[in-house]
Design a binder for this molecule. Structure first.
Ligand code: HEM
Length: 455
């Protein structure tokens, strides 16, 4: 190894403040460190060193480095993801990832597509009902319902009841709060120690388990198993136990639903603020002559760009992390075995050295590739390298189905009263987002294939 250098390190006199501030408000602290120290920063914490990786070159290198494995903090999520692919590495991870990827292939998505359209329309109709009654509708709630129904069908072949969806959303959010507390503690106690936070986390995880396990049981009992469950039963059930199937599907469902719902809600936020963009996307829908139940397999450059620009500015999972399994180098700096690397799509995707007007919502930059830098690792809302999200196509499709079915018949606007306190917890969310609806009468957009001529 070459002569080792140490990355810049904040101390108590830094503008960013001492490294311990990272645990209090990680995003804010990282933003300050990026400004003060540049592309790679070392934080000396009581329990070891953290490396904050901001530069696209460093992120690119980290994505390929075989010495950077599953983050040790993944184990802290044990009550929610225990022994699923999300916690593993090596041969076991590879095998588990293969089951999951095959079970959400294009064919599976096509099989479920009509259900997704129906769930989108149900959620939109409910939101419009609230708007008619109250003058606004909470679109975040509508999107959670849509995504929850869609993913329950995709994974378990079963729709989820309204009440169960609410319990899952509530328990998941409470679990994340408990996780934040665990992550911000210098030495989180193992789950078998009955701290109030551990007990709360276990109770919330149990509520989620009961609902998801019941879904699997009723899907199996119905003799008409669909979705990923069907794929796994048909292709790999001789290799894994029922308990393991449950763990994989639970992990996939939990990894998917909040990120997907949050990214769609951000898209709605950005669309609602931009009536011109809504019109342009509506033109795109008209030109493509998309039928109401059509499988959205072809490109929709404008809508896809709006989605990308939305998750550029607001990647729901704004941190990904890795642990060094052996000593390695990042650029000219040594990363010792056991160190944790923190990589933030939020920060790199808003970095002025890579993006012109980084804080502005400009979907065209994805259409024209009009970005300052074409660097591959300036945009990675789905993560990097071998652990990159396997659910990209499914989530993009769910976003398109929701947006197409909403925009075909409605203009949306931001209700004047919104607190706009974006939630910067483990998932970066819009918070409650109240919208207004204006129904559109446009014969070009309305699908007439099911309409009988009056005689
Ligand atoms: C817009 C929606 C989504 C976003 C923004 C998102 C984002 C992410 C990110 C950032 C990671 C971590 C990657 C890394 O560590 O490098 C991840 C991992 C993962 N995501 Fe997604 N995700 C989304 C939707 C989904 C969906 C629909 C699924 C369903 C299959 C899914 C399943 C997973 C799984 C299983 C992992 C762990 C992969 C592994 O460790 O091998 N995600 N996702």
């Amino acid at each position: 190894m070459n002569k080792e250098q140490i990355p810049p390190r904040p101390d108590k006199n830094s503008l960013a403040g001492p490294p311990s501030n990272f645990l209090k408000d990680p995003l804010n602290y990282m933003l300050k460190c990026r400004q003060e120290f540049g592309d790679l920063v070392q934080l000396d914490m009581g329990f070891g060193s953290l490396y904050l990786v901001f530069g696209a070159d460093e992120v690119a290198q980290a994505s390929k480095d075989k010495a950077l494995g599953r983050s040790a903090t993944a184990k802290l999520f044990e009550p929610l993801f225990g022994d699923s692919l999300i916690e593993n590495d090596g041969a076991q991870w590879k095998q588990q990832r293969t089951y999951l990827s095959k079970s959400i292939s294009t064919d599976r998505r096509k099989e479920m597509h009509a259900n997704y359209v129906q769930f989108a329309n149900n959620a939109i109709a409910t939101a419009k009902g609230s708007f008619e009654e109250a003058g606004y509708a909470d679109i975040q709630l509508a999107v959670y319902r849509y995504v929850s129904d869609s993913l329950a069908t995709a994974f378990f072949g079963q729709q989820m009841s309204y009440q169960d969806t609410s319990i899952i959303v509530d328990s998941w959010c409470r679990s994340l709060d408990c996780m934040s507390e665990r992550l911000s503690s210098i030495l989180p106690l193992p789950m078998y120690v009955p701290t109030p936070n551990n007990i709360k986390l276990k109770n919330q995880a149990k509520k989620i388990d009961i609902i998801l396990y019941d879904l699997i049981e009723s899907s199996l009992a119905g003799n008409n198993t669909k979705g990923c469950l069907k794929h796994i039963l048909n292709h790999v059930s001789d290799k894994i136990s029922k308990k393991q199937i449950f763990k994989e599907l639970r992990a996939a469902y939990l990894a998917a639903f909040d990120n997907t719902a949050t990214s769609i809600t951000w898209l709605m936020y950005n669309l609602a603020k931009d009536p011109t963009l809504q019109n342009k996307i509506r033109d795109e829908i008209t030109k493509l002559e998309i039928k109401d139940n059509e499988f959205l397999s072809g490109p929709m450059p404008l809508l896809e760009s709006a989605f990308n620009e939305s998750i550029r500015l607001s990647p729901p999972l704004w941190i990904v992390d890795r642990t060094a399994t052996e000593d390695t180098m990042l650029g000219k700096y040594k990363i010792p075995k056991g160190a944790t690397l923190i990589i933030s799509p939020f920060i790199t995707q808003r970095d002025p050295q890579y993006w012109r007007d980084p804080l502005k919502f400009i979907p065209d930059r994805f259409v024209d590739r009009n970005v300052i830098s074409e660097h591959r690792y300036t945009f990675f809302p789905f993560g990097i390298g071998k652990f990159k999200c396997p659910g990209v196509s499914l989530s993009v499709m769910l976003a398109k189905v929701f947006a197409v079915n909403l925009l075909k018949y409605n203009d949306i606007g931001i209700y004047p009263w919104n607190d706009n306190k974006f939630d910067r917890g483990l998932v970066y969310r819009t918070g409650e987002l109240n919208l207004t609806f204006n129904e559109i009468v446009n014969d070009n957009l309305h699908d007439k294939s099911d309409v009988c001529e009056e005689v």
